[in-house]
Structure formats: C-alpha cells, structure tokens
Design a protein around this ligand. Structure first.
Ligand SMILES: [Zn+2]
Length: 481
C-alpha cells in the first residue's frame, strides 16, 4: 500500500506550486496570478498546456482511497495505470510529469446544455437596467428579448469568453453551447459562438447548437424568416447541432410542425437534434414527447443518421406515473434519445398555482427506468436563472437533496450526469469512473493537500461538497490550474 504524503503548511504548498509550475512550465507571472486567484490577463499565455505523459501519485475513483496511482498518457489517451512508487523522488519530477500530490483524479466535466449568448446579462454593465422585478417566465422572455436587441459582437464575446473560461476552471472540457438565430439577432450570436469555438479549441470542445428560441411557425410572417435563417445556419461550418423550443408556438399543431421541421433539418444537414420540450407542469396538458418520438421514428431517424436526439427541461414528465415511464422507455426503443434535467432553472421558473415545483427525476430515470439522462446548468446569470455559476458539480450537489440521493452509488450516478453521461448525451468522447486504458485523458484533480483530512478522496465527497480548487486536464494537457 502506498504511503500518503499530506503537506499541510504554506511551505509545502509552495513546494507543490513549484512542482506544478515545473511540470506545466507556467511562467513566474502566471504562477503569481494562480496564487492570488486573480484571473490571468491572457488566458492562453497563462496556461500553455504542455503535453503531459504522466500524472503521478493520484487517488482514483474506483480504487481504495488509501492507494496512490500513476496514470500514463500518450496522444490524449490513457495508456497505463500503475501503482505509484512512494520511493520515487518527488523533488525531481521530470518535465511532462505532473505530480498529483495525492489528489483525487476523476473524469472531467461537461455542460450538456448551456446558453452561451445570454449568460451574465444581469451582471454585465451594458444590460444593468434590465433587472428582475417579478421573477416569472414571461418577464424572463421580455428582459432577454430586450437584451437581445442590443447584442453586439463585443459583448457576446466578452460574456461568452467569461463563461467558457470559468467553466474550464471548474473542470469542464466539453460543452453544448446554444446560440440563438432569429430575425432580431440574425447570425450575431452564432458568429460569436463560432469564434469562441475556434479560440478555445485546444482547451474545450464547444459544440455549437444553432437554436430557434422563437417560434418557427407562429407570428407575423408565420416563421418564414426564422426558418430561412435557421436553414442557412445549419449549413455553416462548425455548427454541430440544431434545436428549437416547440412550446413557444401558438397551438399544438404548430408545435408538431416545429418538431417535424427542425428534425428534418437535422437529418438533412447531418446534425444532432436538441429540443427544449414540455416546459410546464400542468397535468391536464399533454406532453409533446410522444409526438417527438413518433415524428423521428416516421422520419426513419436510425436508418438515416448516427446523430443523437437530446430533450431538455421536460418538466411535464415529473407528473408521469410508473406506467408512463415504462411506455416512454418502450417508445424510445433504439432511438438515441437522452434527457437533460435543468433543475436550477426549473425550480426558479416552474410552479403550479399551488406552488408545486418539478424537475426531471434524473437519478430515477437512469436507475429505475433505464433512460439516458444528464444534468446541466442551462443559464448562468440571467432572468431565467439568476442564481448559480458555471460549475456543473454544483448541480450534481443540488441533486443530492433534490432527489434524496445520498448513497455512494447515487452520488456516483450524479457525478456521471455532469461528466460521462453528459458527454454521451451530446455525442462527445467520454471517460468512465474507472478511467480505463484507451479512454480520453480529460480529467479534474480536486483540492490541495493542505486541507489535511478534509481533502476530498472519493466521488461521494466531491458530490457532497466539491470545493473550488481544481486542476483541469484536456487531451493530456493542463488547461486550468
Ligand atoms: Zn436551455
């Protein structure tokens, strides 16, 4: 069994920082910035992300927390997992080796659903006049509509860049980012999203979803303009996904028309499909999920494409009984459908007249009904979700109370919903809690060891209370420390 080394003084922390610095070749300047936790002036200069070929002396989620391991990496993949040799001199860590200093190493995180273009509207000085007065869905649509009419490349890049950088610092290596396309913003949000996708391509996989938040078949021109713009957006390089919000249409028949049109667009252009669906709780209103499954099956989805279908929100499904869930599992059949629960937004926006709330029962869907599901932050800092931050683990942590899921097993499922299951839901390469050979070298290292016995040694501890100190590794390179 490996002996554990627990630095608990400032001197030890300095040594630790020095090793990380040596391994990752941080500049002295960047090191000072890391220590003070101030945002680096130029992100890419601060974290050049030299290729690692080994991360040594780490705890692993699937191994006893008293044991330490070395992970070998090559070409962005795990190539070996060996017992850590405690006799190896920690003072002379060679270049390309990151001394893990007994931290827990786990698969990196993923935003399965995040709105890149409307983040931080409540904080950005440009939109400071647009604050919440009522806190309901109607107001959120109105405030966001007003903000959108002022969107420019400048603020879209400023706010979007902030979201991506903060996400990477929280351990995110992949995300599905929604950017809206319509007759108000045209391609401004999309263009900014594509610029950020390129800017961060070495640090984070940013999947861009061209998204119709407004109706595709209702309104003055019956959606003609937005459909033309969406069709054009779907053909742009770098657009990976198309999506819409059928619930904003005037009536049921237009909602179905919306689903039929956007899924046909996804098929024609070879994109993933993402629908924000059934965003209500009223039991007397029928959910559209059944129509979605009928429509994509009629379109021969499985025969036509290997792309995925993701359904977000779906709060109406919280009214399902066991027989409805069984029918859902049956109707999905072999279709590549996943659900994404967005509890912070749902809890804030959704309530019945009796003030009952509802959000997808993600753990139960996975464990009891065998349905693919993930959790995500959805919005950060806007009238749809004013609270919360860019940390997917904060949602997993909320899930402990929300789903009364406190066991080790449930905590591991919750971790997966913002990690491997989130990546699978959006079609990114994913890695498991066992971090097997051949899986992508996309990791988080938690904590610093000066916390002593309080340091997080297992996934369950991380889900209870993730802490804020993390190192992010993507493709075998440090992207944030
Ligand atoms: Zn959303």
């Amino acid at each position: 069994m490996a002996s554990l080394y627990s630095p608990d003084s400032t001197e030890d922390m300095d040594q630790e920082m020095a090793k990380i610095s040596a391994a990752d070749n941080l500049t002295a300047d960047a090191l000072r910035q890391t220590r003070s936790r101030a945002a680096p002036s130029k992100y890419h200069d601060a974290y050049p992300g030299r290729q690692l070929h080994k991360i040594s002396g780490v705890r692993l989620p699937d191994k006893p927390p008293t044991t330490l391991w070395d992970i070998s990496l090559f070409d962005g993949k795990v190539t070996g997992i060996e017992t850590h040799d405690p006799e190896v001199c920690r003072e002379c860590t060679p270049p390309g080796v990151l001394d893990g200093l007994n931290r827990l190493l786990a698969p990196s995180l993923c935003h399965a659903h995040v709105h890149l273009d409307k983040c931080f509207l409540l904080q950005d000085p440009k939109f400071s006049d647009l604050q919440i007065e009522n806190g309901d869905f109607q107001e959120a649509m109105e405030l966001t509509g007003k903000a959108k009419s002022r969107f420019e490349e400048d603020d879209l890049l400023r706010r979007g860049r902030q979201l991506v950088e903060e996400s990477i610092r929280h351990g995110v290596t992949a995300m599905r980012a929604f950017v809206e396309v319509d007759g108000g913003v045209y391609f401004k949000c999309l263009d900014a999203g594509l610029k950020l996708q390129e800017e961060f391509k070495d640090q984070c996989e940013i999947q861009i979803c061209a998204f119709a938040q407004l109706a595709l078949f209702s309104g003055d021109d019956k959606g003609e303009e937005i459909r033309r713009l969406m069709a054009e957006a779907a053909r742009r390089n770098g657009v990976d996904v198309v999506g819409s919000t059928p619930y904003v249409e005037q009536d049921q028949s237009r909602m179905k028309e919306n689903i039929r049109w956007i899924s046909a667009l996804a098929l024609t252009c070879g994109k993933h499909l993402d629908l924000h669906l059934d965003y209500f709780l009223d039991e007397s209103k029928q959910p559209l999920v059944w129509s979605v499954l009928d429509i994509v099956r009629d379109q021969s989805w499985n025969e036509m494409t290997d792309k995925l279908i993701t359904l977000g929100h779906c709060t109406r499904l919280t009214r399902f009984r066991d027989e409805d869930w069984r029918r859902l599992r049956h109707d999905i059949g072999s279709l590549p459908v996943s659900f994404v629960g967005l509890p912070t937004s749902d809890l804030f926006m959704m309530r019945t007249a009796e003030k009952v709330r509802g959000t997808l029962p993600v753990v139960e869907m996975i464990e009891k009904h065998g349905i693919n599901a993930a959790l995500a932050v959805n919005n950060v800092g806007n009238a749809f979700t004013p609270h919360g931050n860019c940390d997917p683990l904060s949602i997993a942590s909320l899930g402990v109370g929300l789903y009364q899921a406190g066991t080790k097993r449930a905590a591991e499922v919750l971790y997966q919903t913002v990690s491997s299951r989130a990546k699978e839901a959006i079609g990114c390469q994913s890695n498991s809690l066992s971090l097997a050979i051949g899986e992508p070298a996309d990791f988080i290292l938690f904590d610093r060891m000066e916390t002593g016995w309080r340091c997080r040694k297992s996934i369950v501890e991380v889900v209870y209370d993730a802490g804020s100190v993390r190192i992010t590794v993507r493709n075998g390179r440090v992207t944030a420390a």
